[in-house]
Ligand binder design. Structure first.
Ligand SMILES: [Zn+2]
Ligand SMILES: [Zn+2]
Length: 263
């Protein structure tokens, strides 16, 4: 069994054919999926998808891209929504200095609010970071000193310094289809040196379809291709990689329940 630790099932391309998307995922051996929240306005739809499907969980949070449009997200709002039993993580949050779609100070304010929510709930912080390695590490380290919190770096594309720093904080690293891309040699080299017991896999669907689906609309079933490439990097069988990353997922996402078949 595999887990898709990060997908956007409510987005165009997936929502129109959600029953088929979910059944293809199940057929491919994907036993658990986490539908990730990017804006508070989409949270009711995401929560409804998780409520309707026993193998789908969700998160609550505001993406750095969306941090400039609305007022900063309130800690009370995150804490309130995080009480729902299908909410298993806080995010996605973080810093995106590549697209800079929101002012950087607005991204940082929301990032710290999400960290406070993760610290208070004990739910893992789902971090998106792009072209912002140094500042991401600074904020995580500074906040960690105020009190620990669990978390992961999703869709890992950062450098080895960020990876080593967050591993030291106890974080996990989630690998997306990017590790299958031909031009991702540097990322693969960094990943291969990371501790296997901290590795998760994800699709970030409908984006970032792995080879051999690259350029098409991505969906949770395709996490199989990313897992196969990850297995090669770690010198494992696909079954061994699946077993380990699934165990890692449930160790981090303590509120998600492993299906009976996986334990
Ligand atoms: Zn992201
Ligand atoms: Zn995402």
């Amino acid at each position: 069994m595999l887990v898709d630790s990060h997908c956007h099932l409510n987005y165009p391309g997936l929502i129109e054919e959600l029953p088929d998307v979910l059944s293809r995922a199940r057929t491919a051996g994907v036993g658990t999926m986490v539908c990730i929240c990017s804006r508070m306005g989409e949270f009711p739809d995401i929560r409804a998808i998780a409520e309707a499907n026993p193998d789908v969980y969700c998160s609550v949070g505001v993406h750095p891209h969306d941090s400039g449009d609305d007022a900063p997200v309130a800690l009370e709002t995150l804490l309130h929504e995080a009480k729902h039993p299908k909410v298993v993580g806080i995010g996605e949050t973080g810093l995106d200095f590549y697209y800079d779609k929101s002012p950087r100070d607005a991204q940082e304010i929301n990032f710290r609010t999400h960290i406070a929510a993760a610290r208070e709930t004990g739910l893992p912080l789902i971090v998106h970071t792009r072209d912002a390695d140094a500042r991401t590490v600074e904020i995580l380290t500074e906040e960690y000193q105020k009190g620990p919190f669990p978390g992961l770096i999703h869709c890992f594309t950062a450098g080895s310094e960020l990876a080593e720093s967050v591993i030291e904080l106890g974080f996990y690293i989630s690998l997306s289809g990017i590790i299958t891309f031909k031009n991702a040699e540097a990322i693969r080299e960094t990943v291969a040196r990371l501790p296997l017991e901290r590795i998760l896999v994800e699709t970030d669907s409908p984006f970032l379809a792995p080879i051999p689906r690259r350029g098409k609309r991505n969906e949770p079933a395709y996490v199989v291709h990313t897992a196969e490439r990850a297995a090669e990097l770690f010198g494992l069988s696909p079954a061994g990689l699946a077993r380990t990353t699934t165990a890692n997922f449930f160790r981090l996402f303590t509120r998600a329940k492993a299906p009976a078949a996986a334990v």
